[in-house]
Design a protein around this ligand. Structure first.
Ligand code: FMN
Length: 217
């Protein structure tokens, strides 16, 4: 048997993790500073991603680190097109709020990261019934990066208002790869204490009772 020597954490450490989780925010272009993300800091984010759980330990993630203004510009153009399409989807009374919201920071953030799912070429333990488990693993890696970034006081914004196929072409992604997230990363002039969508009264945090069920629905 292997010894169970894994680290045990103190209440103080738990409190820090709780703080990081509750203070993580989606950061958008109005908050990013120009200061570059240092290489050693970027390595910490990637290392956090590499330690995420993954189905069958398949680690099916790939990261494209983007600083080139031309690449960013092309992605921004996709955002503009998709964002215009999004407006009429919402009720008339919400459209004026939607138009005023800043929903990305592609150009403003010094670093963008396109995160891809690379499907395995062979069968993966645990992924034989739920194909999506591969994608979920990539999302776990993204959340790890997001939390590590927040611990480093670095902002991350997730942009999904994009044409994934266009983004794939822009970064020359392999055909079978799937875009999971497009992240804007950089230092900020501050973090909101609540989600911006809550501050703007677009959405409220759900009550636990509305989302937790016991034994069955
Ligand atoms: C899968 C996913 C996609 C998202 N896409 C966008 C987006 O395109 N634009 C945006 O401004 N925020 C986006 N967000 C951020 C959410 O709006 C944000 O997480 C939510 O409002 C809660 O705020 P908080 O992250 O600051 O706690 C996305 C978040 C997730 C998890």
């Amino acid at each position: 048997m292997h010894p169970l020597n894994g680290k045990l954490f103190t209440a103080k450490e738990v409190a820090v993790l709780h703080d990081i989780i509750c203070n993580r925010r989606d950061v958008r272009g109005n908050r990013f500073l120009d200061s570059p993300v240092e290489d050693n800091v970027l390595q910490k984010l990637l290392d956090a991603a590499f330690h995420a759980p993954s189905v069958g330990f398949s680690q099916p993630w790939e990261f494209v680190l983007i600083k080139d203004p031309w690449v960013k510009q092309q992605v921004k153009e996709s955002f503009i097109i998709e964002n215009e399409k999004a407006v009429p989807v919402f009720d008339k009374d919400k459209q004026s709020t939607y138009i005023r919201m800043k929903l990305e920071g592609i150009i403003e953030a010094p670093l963008n990261i396109a995160v891809f799912y690379k499907p395995s070429s062979g069968p993966v333990l645990g992924q034989t019934s739920m194909e999506e488990a591969g994608l979920y693993s990539v999302v776990c890696a993204i959340q790890n990066m997001w939390l590590m970034a927040r611990a480093l006081n670095l902002g991350v914004g997730w942009v999904s208002i994009l044409d994934a196929e266009k983004v794939k072409r822009i970064v020359n992604a392999p055909e079978h790869n799937k875009l999971v997230a497009y992240l804007c990363v950089g230092y900020t002039d501050g973090f909101y204490t609540q989600p911006e969508l809550e501050l703007l009264q677009w959405e409220k945090r759900k009550a636990a009772e509305a989302t937790v069920f016991y034994d069955s629905y």
